[in-house]
Design a protein around this ligand. Structure first.
Ligand SMILES: O=C(O)CCc1cccc(O)c1O
Ligand SMILES: [Fe+2]
Length: 312
């Protein structure tokens, strides 16, 4: 078994809001290099840890984490439509292994996934079906959340499972770093918003368009004085990347959810997917990691980072 890891931010505003030609070219270049590395690695399996943003998962039944044996893209923003190629029996075996490891993961035989999963899959592989992939969605947007130490346990279980396979496995984490797009909160929400957060699956095209227009508009003022959303936090992001690169994963057990929300924005918790990915890699022993890229990009509402790692 050989493991390779890529963790990167996603932002559906890439291609919609313009952070300037230089930034666009930098990000295009780092993504093209990453994509070429994935092609050269030629994974036999991808495990992607991803968040959902009230597209596939709602408060009618909100799992802390869920593994899918079948999934379809909701094709929000400009993401690709269609099914993912999930090896059903292997996903089921992984679910059993995780449960046997005392981690209570939910199971879906028909999951809808959004840009939080599909954008990164497309950026890293060029499509949703190029390689067999097992998606594990970690609740990072819909509080309350399981504590960070629990995410490490999930990642470790996945890492121990993939160690039993004789395969080249690419582990992906997607989201973060610091950021706060205008995603509503259930607590204190007016009736109509609460109804959406509880039971908003399969919205009308008009409702989806209105939501996306709100995100685009927020990106155009994000980080300015008249934007009420928590701004990007470069120091927080770089400290988090350092922690991962230096292999100090045990410190993540002490991460405080409210503190992170206040310091770096509510959607910063998408880094939970990075935590799981690194914990999976670390389950196989020491690793070597590097920061490929970082830039705070207000127009995209993203502390935008790319980190790679492999086993030593
Ligand atoms: O549509 C949404 O609910 C949020 C979209 C969104 C925007 C910026 C960065 C993100 O990570 C993200 O997910
Ligand atoms: Fe996101």
């Amino acid at each position: 078994m050989t493991l390779k890891l890529k963790c990167l931010s996603h932002t559906p505003l890439r291609g919609l809001n313009d952070p300037g030609a230089e930034v666009v070219a930098e990000v295009d270049a780092v993504l093209a290099r990453s994509r070429a590395e994935v092609e050269a690695f030629d994974p036999e399996l991808i495990v992607i840890f991803a968040p959902d943003h009230y597209n596939g998962l709602f408060y009618d039944l909100m799992p802390p984490f869920v593994i899918a044996t079948a999934a379809e893209s909701v094709a929000d923003y400009r993401t690709l439509p269609g099914p993912l190629s999930i090896p059903r029996d292997l996903a089921l075996e992984m679910a059993r292994f995780i449960l046997d490891s005392d981690v209570d993961i939910a199971l879906s035989h028909r999951l809808q996934v959004d840009h939080g999963c599909t954008q990164t899959l497309e950026e890293m592989t060029g499509s949703l079906t190029r390689y067999p992939v097992i998606p594990i969605i970690i609740n990072s947007v819909a509080p309350p959340f399981a504590p960070y130490r629990r995410i490490r346990k999930l990642g470790e279980a996945v890492g121990r499972f993939v160690a039993t396979l004789n395969k080249r496995v690419l582990i992906l984490g997607t989201g973060g770093l610091s950021h706060e797009p205008p995603v509503p909160l259930l607590s204190g929400a007016p009736e109509e918003i609460a109804e959406f957060l509880i039971a908003g699956r399969n919205p009308t095209p008009e409702a989806r368009a209105a939501r996306q227009a709100r995100t685009i508009a927020a990106g155009q003022v994000y980080g300015s004085a008249d934007c009420p959303l928590t701004p990007l936090n470069v120091d927080w992001d770089l400290a988090f990347i350092d922690l991962l690169v230096q292999g100090r994963l045990d410190e993540i057990d002490d991460f405080r959810i409210e503190e992170i929300s206040r310091a770096a924005g509510r959607s910063t918790h998408e880094i939970r997917t990075w935590v799981a990915a690194f914990a999976a890699l670390a389950a196989g022993g020491a690793y070597r990691a590097r920061q490929d890229y970082y830039r705070a990009i207000n127009q995209w509402i993203a502390g935008y980072g790319v980190v790679s790692a492999e086993q030593r």
